[in-house]
Design a protein. Structure first.
Length: 926
């Protein structure tokens, strides 16, 4: 059975274009979604949506508000004869505000969702190994066309429907299509299974290669593939709930219940005030008061609309979309949304060595072939054995780049060996076509070697083995060139002490019919040791700094590697997690690890820094034990058999060039494979959480302030401190604008000096609760004070006068003394602006929350400043031009100045508080 021994030419550029024109490209057309208009109007329909075919129910609260607005339109119509057109302003204002608030939040939510969809498209960019114009090359999955020759290796996801041309031990997981987790596939008619759902010689898009290799010819791409036909099944959900989402959903419900109570009390208070003020002999339920009652109901509903944090899901969508987008720029592709936030709670990172800590740029550093003593590689019979044991006992390929250098395709270790062959004048393709491959045991991290039985070009049946030296040594009966085992071990030790990866080679001439490869092992035991190759793979330059950052962030790092203890220690030393005085307690090998019981491991697990010669199942167990210890664990993996560990971990991190099985099992894919990108994911995870906390801090402060203002207001005066349209504008500020401003703040480095948060900790921390209660209360009291003062002075003259009079009258607050007059529109404008400006400045405080920086430090806060400007300009426009709708009159410049200065206290207060905290923290650290 020969492997890749025919020369496939593949398609030319022109043929690719023609094929694409004729058969389409390899992308799936997304399912048509509902139009945005429909989705928008759906939100406004409330329960009526249920009665329209194909529609969903909309927001019930918005619906109540609409009904209230229509009722008030009717009342306004009845009153318009007597009072003129101005009575329409308020109901129209409410309707506009409802549309605006729903529209703006709807727009941003859609946009965030769209970004998720775009991010998911990256999947189409996955690389596929093909033969085109007679050369091996990698292309994006979406660029495949019908007629392409593809090469499948273990762990690959089949990129399109294809016919197998030749294969070795091919086993495919077809569970995505047929539910069959393991299917034998073959091009040979003898192997055909007539019962199989799909032909035995077909591989189908979306299924996965479990083992074996194949060369296949693509016959269907994109929508024409089997998985394209059942597209719905593989469509990604619009959004998935993360644990934080769920926590916030619960919080949202509590807030909503609280707001119902407040709303009820507001209605109650207003009725009480009406009864108290009735001086014309009418009763509170007479028709002449209907307008007042509708107003009360609308106010109550407006309170609920404002208090219910509809902005929260949007805030999370925006911050997740923003973080995901920025993380993608920093080479983190988030596959499962919860990973963004969980990364921020990570307490341990278990990392691979090769490719993650090292460059995966493998180069043969030195060879020590005892078989070649005194000979050159291209010379005689012995060197033929060395050539074949490297060139034929391998699954990698080389791509010849235009600059004449080689790029390894497939296993990088084997790639480095093939390049070394090429540099020494041996062509691996020639070697492979000169031999006939009879049997093969592919490399696996499980058994750590690879073996191939070939009919050598000299006609002999040969077994070639290469792999971890201590394992290969165990199979050998002697060593070529007369070297002793001690000599070999000394040499190995020497290489490993230089952080080298070592591979040993051995061979055995077989008798005809002798079978030496059983399912997962070589059974031969008379091999001859040929030699060792030391491969250098330097530590990535940015890794030591990233490791330090993680350690500073109180995150433990554990290296779990298939390499030897000696090499692993060297690398660990180079990246900064292995000090000179570290002892054997901190390192364990795979077999030792396996021998320990869970209880013993639980006791030692915190000490272990390196697991060397590890097998994939050790990784899963390590994760499990750490989780039992209460850690939040992130783990990296690139191979198919890393999938259980990746699934087990809180955050599974796959590598950009890992197998698609690993990627599928993971939550994040690190495109550049580098550890420093993992560190950035922690930074983003922590910042995301902080930003949502900031948003909550801001929103809940307004909630408390507005609810208290309206609630207490309904008991102390005849006029409402804030009107319905005003409340709706405040709602827009906090739900939409604040969500945008605060959730897209850049990450602050400060978070990387703190301890990881508890994974299930309540997001509203104690300092937040205190701040919300105190600030919200102060805002409400000040707003109410001005409302009260306006009602209790004959006319508004100046601020000092107002304050003095207000203070002198305050004793009447609880004595039931009636207000002397209604609040003028100008004064309404002042109260409204005071309230909004408090929130405006508080936005700056929220921004500075837990950053250890001043609120006026605006570095990297462009979006924030832009949105703050919109709020300020919006407020100026409303007060200046919105008189009818918002019941205000333009405020003079002088009063603007006073209000801005007065409310600026919020920032000053915040700054003093932050300084105090900083001071306390420093003292504590001393
Ligand atoms: P890490 O787990 O950190 O990525 P690693 O790549 O060294 O480390 P494995 O892939 O399990 O871990 O490799 C273990 C050992 O197996 C290597 O040290 C090397 O000796 C040997 N080895 C690696 N790749 C091959 C291969 N393609 N063929 C034969 N032996 C190999």
């Amino acid at each position: 059975m020969a492997r890749y021994n025919k020369k496939y030419r593949g398609l030319t550029d022109e043929e690719v274009l023609k094929s694409r024109e004729r058969n389409g490209s390899n992308v799936l057309t997304p399912i048509e979604r509902d139009s945005n208009w429909k989705l928008f109007f759906e939100r406004l329909t409330g329960p009526l949506g249920h009665f329209i075919p194909g529609w969903n129910n909309g927001d019930a609260l918005i619906f109540i508000l609409e009904i209230a607005a229509i009722l008030s339109l009717i009342v306004a119509y009845l009153e318009s004869g007597a009072k003129g057109f101005s009575v329409f302003f308020e109901p129209i204002g409410i309707i506009i505000a409802v549309f605006l608030a729903t529209g703006v939040s709807f727009y941003f939510e859609r946009r965030a969702n769209k970004e998720f969809m775009l991010l998911n498209k990256v999947d189409d960019e996955e690389k596929v190994l093909v033969i085109r114009k007679g050369r091996y090359t990698k292309i994006a999955k979406k660029d495949l066309v019908v007629g392409d020759i593809i090469i499948l290796t273990p762990g690959d996801e089949v990129p399109a429907d294809a016919e197998i041309l030749e294969s070795t031990n091919l086993n495919i997981d077809e569970s995505t299509l047929t539910g069959e987790p393991s299917c034998r596939k073959s091009a040979k008619e003898n192997d055909f299974d007539p019962e199989a759902t799909f032909p035995t010689n077909h591989v189908l898009r979306g299924t996965k290669v479990l083992e074996g290799h194949a060369v296949c010819n693509v016959f269907a791409v994109g929508d024409h593939t089997e998985s394209g036909k059942v597209m719905e099944a593989v469509q990604l959900e619009d959004s998935v709930k993360t644990p934080l989402n769920e926590q916030l959903d619960r919080l949202g419900k509590y807030i909503a219940y609280a707001s119902y109570v407040v709303a009820f009390l507001v209605i109650f208070g207003r009725v009480a005030m009406l009864i108290k003020n009735l001086d014309d002999g009418s009763s509170w339920y007479d028709f002449e008061h209907i307008d007042y009652h509708i107003q009360s109901v609308m106010l109550a509903v407006a309170i609920i609309v404002m208090a219910v944090p509809e902005g929260l899901p949007m805030a999370i969508s925006i911050s997740l979309a923003y973080s995901m987008q920025r993380m993608l720029k920093e080479k983190n592709l988030v596959r499962k949304m919860h990973a963004c936030e969980t990364m921020g709670a990570t307490t341990v990172i278990c990392t691979d060595k090769t490719g993650t800590l090292t460059e995966n740029n493998m180069q043969v550093y030195e060879t020590r072939f005892y078989a070649l003593e005194g000979q050159r590689l291209s010379d005689d019979a012995m060197s033929l054995i060395v050539r074949e044991s490297i060139g034929a006992n391998s699954t990698a390929h080389l791509e010849l780049l235009p600059n004449g250098t080689f790029q390894p395709l497939g296993n990088p270790t084997e790639g480095a060996l093939l390049i070394w062959l090429a540099q020494n004048g041996a062509d691996y393709l020639q070697i492979r076509s000169d031999v006939e491959i009879l049997q093969e045991l592919p490399f696996s991290t499980e058994w750590k070697y690879m073996a191939t039985v070939v009919r050598s070009s000299n006609g002999k049946r040969m077994l070639y083995v290469k792999g971890a030296p201590e394992i290969v040594l165990r199979m050998c009966a002697d060593c070529a060139g007369g070297a002793t085992e001690d000599e070999v071990r000394r040499q190995l030790h020497d290489f490993q002490n230089q952080a080298m990866r070592t591979i040993a080679f051995a061979c055995q001439e077989l008798d005809e019919g002798e079978n030496v490869i059983s399912k997962h092992a070589v059974t031969a035991g008379r091999l001859t040791f040929l030699g060792i190759v030391a491969i250098a793979d330097p530590v990535r330059k940015d890794v030591p700094a990233a490791v330090k950052e993680c350690l500073d962030a109180h995150i433990a790092i554990k290296v779990i590697t298939g390499d030897t203890a000696c090499t692993a220690k060297k690398i660990a030393h180079q990246i900064g997690i292995w000090a000179d005085d570290e002892d054997e307690r901190h390192i364990i090998t795979g077999p030792e690890f396996e021998a320990l019981s869970d209880e013993e491991l639980l006791e030692h697990i915190e000490d272990i820094k390196i697991v060397a010669r590890a097998r994939p199942l050790d990784k899963q167990r390590l994760v499990e034990i750490l989780q039992k210890k209460g850690h939040v664990v992130a783990v990296t993996g690139d191979g198919t058999n890393d999938a259980p560990a990746l699934k087990q971990a809180h955050v599974g991190i796959s590598m950009g060039d890992g197998t698609s099985v690993a990627k599928e099992a993971s939550d994040i894919t690190i495109i550049d494979n580098s550890f420093s990108s993992i560190c950035k994911a922690v930074l983003w995870g922590r910042s995301l959480y902080r930003n949502i906390q900031r948003f909550l801090l801001f929103q809940l402060t307004i909630n408390v302030a507005a609810c208290l203002t309206v609630l207490l207001g309904s008991f102390i005066g005849t006029d409402m401190p804030l009107t319905i349209t005003q409340i709706l504008w405040i709602n827009l500020i906090m739900d939409t604008f604040a969500a945008m401003a605060l959730t897209s703040l850049p990450p602050s480095r400060e978070v990387m000096t703190e301890k990881p948060r508890q994974r299930n900790a309540f997001i509203i921390s104690r300092p937040m609760r205190e701040s919300i209660a105190v600030t919200g209360f102060i805002f409400a009291i000040i707003t109410l004070f001005f409302t009260f003062s306006f009602e209790h002075i004959p006319f508004y003259k100046s601020w000092p006068d107002l304050i003095a009079k207000g203070l002198s009258e305050i004793k009447y607050l609880f004595s039931g003394a009636l207000s002397t007059r209604h609040i003028e529109q100008y004064e309404h404008g002042l109260i409204f602006t005071i309230f909004v400006m408090f929130q405006f400045w508080n936005l700056f405080n929220a921004k500075a929350f837990m950053t250890g920086k001043s609120a006026i430090n605006m570095k990297g806060c462009k979006t924030f400043l832009f949105i703050a400007a919109i709020i300020l300009i919006g407020q100026i426009l409303i007060v200046t031009f919105g008189n009818g709708f918002f019941e205000v009159k333009p405020i003079c410049l002088w009063d603007w100045g006073i209000i801005i200065l007065l409310t600026l206290i919020v920032v000053f207060g915040g700054e003093i508080f932050r300084l105090y905290r900083l001071f306390r923290k420093r003292r504590k650290n001393k």
